[in-house]
Design a protein around this ligand. Sequence first.
Ligand SMILES: [Zn+2]
Length: 298
Amino acid sequence: VNLAVARLMNARRRRPADPPLALEAYRTLAAPGALDTARLLAGRPNAERARLLETVLRDAGFPVQRQPYRTLEGAGVNLFVDVGTGPRMLLLAAHHDAVPGSPGANDNAASVGILLALAAGLRAAPPARLTVRLAFFGDEERGMLGSRVYARSTPLDDVVGVVSLELCGIGDSLAWWDVTPRLAETPLLRAAVGAAEELGYRRDESYHLAEPVPFFGSDHRPLADRGVPGVGLTVVPTAAAEALRAFIYGGVRGILVPPARRPPPFTTYHTADDRPGTLDPATLGRVGAVLDALCRTL
Ligand SMILES: [Zn+2]
């Protein structure tokens, strides 16, 4: 349904696509940042996004674990990079696919870029007693297919939590979502809150713990279904926080509002306008810093 709606919506709204950053140009960058990676991936077909992501991870010297899958629902690949050697594992996830007709910059090439940049920092100074697994899942837009395959095929006993990044390239407030009272008491959420506050974010002002979200989902959910503490992370403009709350929790009428009349970042969500030009490099850097602090706090 998700893919069909996007295909339909974007069929009428074709606009000339921004050409993606060429791999050759990306390779000439001394230290590619999150925005560079987003510009490399956005606007390309999904198979090419996966292939290029694997290429640049290997170029950067990371051993990449591949999990190809072929099911009745579709075929694709999950990619993983582990940093650190601790006995406990934190999963940081960003899906690498996009919906048809959308360049998929904020959803979700920006998050892929954030994790790639974070990996370089973590490798230089790995957190103590923790392995951080950067999980680049495929086919999130196809009912979270890649993460479902992973959740049912992988032992999860040592996983202390999973954070799934979605729409992390526009805005200045952090929204940790799908937070239940029980999840709020887990080491994952305590560390998330601790990391945010250490960096100056304030509860209900510049960071929010949002209750379970209807209609939308992300790759933490299949893992949460297997008992792993899981949370979504999205960045929103502070000025739009109230309008967003009404949009997200306002029932089915809210989500039927056409994109142009939604609060940001949902104005471009799943549309042909989800271009790298809409991303804010400062936002990408802030999310990376919060995740780095989270790893160290945990
Ligand atoms: Zn997404």
